[in-house]
Design a protein around this ligand. Structure first.
Ligand code: AMP
Ligand code: GLY
Length: 422
């Protein structure tokens, strides 16, 4: 089979490496891929948002199955366009991807169908939003409605911070038209859990749970990033919590989307907070998480391509989605200065024996040299029997990988370990 994967980050590298385990896969094209992905797929310089070019490429190269993983092309209708051209796809159509593309949509969906989430109000004008935030308790959470590279959420500690957030999003348009509307919501507390789930629109099969580490600094300090590391499984996601999530969140969400005429197929990401009142949805993503995928897929025992195709064909109910015992830890190595400003173009040295464990996110090839080209450069994942062993093995591997200006957190897995060992 000839596959096409849209995207070019660490998540796509993890997906591609896993897809290659299937013997039927003859060829994988990555659009655009990156310098590290080039070792595992043929990279083609077509951007993930260039939908017309992606479709022409897929048709010209007689692609058997396309996998669309980033949020932008999904929300822009990449799956619709590929399907219209006769190419079967993994991923939701635009009408379902709106569950991530508009927070106002997803919050209203949860309200309508009684799915637990933070109390909220949606505003389309700064005047109304500013009047409302004078009445709320702090901290309060202010979110741009649309996609904002994971940066559209501001936790305001007091009124001046909340006013500044409303102005920046709605008046200064810090996130462009994504800030035409905002959601103001109740601040929740509790450990966060990411659950990625395969769904064909009827059946939902959750993957092993994971925990992201979103802030740039040790001890969860500093700016939000795309994610600085992950562990799986997440020890806060107990059997009891999982059962409640299935009954109160996962199944109702799939059913709600179908009822709305927006059947969701692909991978639905549930960003959950385990609050004192039970699990609540913080956000939905219409795709695999990054870097959650870099710990979840290495633990997947079932064949990824078979499961993906079952979500497309409505056969998920009869398809095995099994995970290995054991734990995984992924530490992200970034460029010093990320997520604000950083230099790039530094040569990356990865010992040969560690290559299977490295997922490259931001690197370009210069002849045979791999050079840093992004904020998040690569992730190193190790799978071991215990979380402690996985964390230690990942950090041992990180110490053997080098590039100038490398930065990483030193405490990935610490909170999970203290929960497990408490
Ligand atoms: P999001 O992009 O929606 O995942 O939000 C980014 C991060 O902001 C989340 O991972 C949470 O840590 C935090 N956050 C979002 N919404 C809330 C909320 N209602 N209460 C507390 N923290 C939140
Ligand atoms: N790691 C969070 C996300 O993929 O949105």
């Amino acid at each position: 089979m000839k596959l096409l994967v849209v995207g070019g980050g660490g998540r796509e590298h993890a997906v591609i490496k896993k897809l290659k385990e299937n013997k039927e896969v003859e060829k994988i094209f990555a659009l655009p891929g990156n310098g590290g992905i080039a070792a595992d797929a043929e990279c083609v310089p077509i951007g993930a948002k260039e939908i017309d070019k992606i479709v022409s490429f897929a048709v010209d190269h007689r692609i058997d199955y396309a996998i669309v993983t980033p949020d932008d092309p999904l929300v822009l209708g990449c799956v619709n366009a590929l399907e219209d051209a006769g190419i079967p796809c993994f991923g939701p159509r635009a009408e379902a991807a709106i569950i991530e593309g508009s927070k106002a949509f997803s919050k209203n969906l949860m309200k309508k169908y009684g799915i637990p989430t933070a109390a909220f109000e949606v505003f389309g004008s700064p005047e109304e939003a500013l009047a409302y935030i004078r009445t709320v308790r702090f901290p309060t959470v202010i979110k741009a409605d649309g996609l904002a590279l994971g940066k559209g959420v501001i936790i305001a500690q007091d009124l001046p911070e909340a006013e500044a957030a409303v102005k920046s999003i709605m008046q200064d348009k810090a996130f462009g038209s994504s800030g035409d509307r905002i959601v103001v919501e109740e601040f929740l507390t509790g450990p966060e859990v990411s659950v990625l789930a395969f769904t064909d629109g009827e059946t939902v099969k959750p993957m092993v749970s994971s925990m992201d580490h979103k802030r740039i600094g040790d001890g969860d300090q500093g700016l939000n990033t795309g994610g600085m590391g992950t562990i799986a499984p997440n020890p806060f996601y107990t059997k009891d919590v999982a059962d409640r999530c299935m009954k109160d969140i996962f199944l109702p969400t799939i059913k709600a989307m179908k009822t709305e005429g927006r059947t969701f197929k692909g991978c639905l990401y549930f960003g959950l907070m385990i609050t004192p009142d039970g699990p609540k949805v913080i956000e939905y993503n219409c795709r695999f998480g990054d870097p959650e995928t870099q710990v979840v897929l290495p633990l997947l025992e079932s064949d990824l391509l078979t499961v993906m195709m079952a979500t497309t064909n409505g056969r998920l109910k009869d398809t095995d989605v099994r995970f290995k015992d054991g734990c995984a830890c992924c530490v992200i190595m970034a460029s010093q200065g990320y997520p604000v400003k950083y230099d790039k173009g530094f040569e990356i040295h990865i010992p040969q024996e560690l290559r299977p464990n490295v997922y490259v996110a931001g690197a370009a090839l210069d002849h045979d040299r791999l050079l840093t080209s992004g904020g998040r450069v690569l992730g190193v994942t190790m799978v071991r029997k215990t979380l402690r062993e996985a964390v230690d093995a990942s950090y041992a591997a990180v110490s053997k990988i080098s590039f100038q200006n490398a930065y990483y957190r030193h405490d990935i897995g610490k909170r999970a370990l203290s929960k497990k060992e408490s």
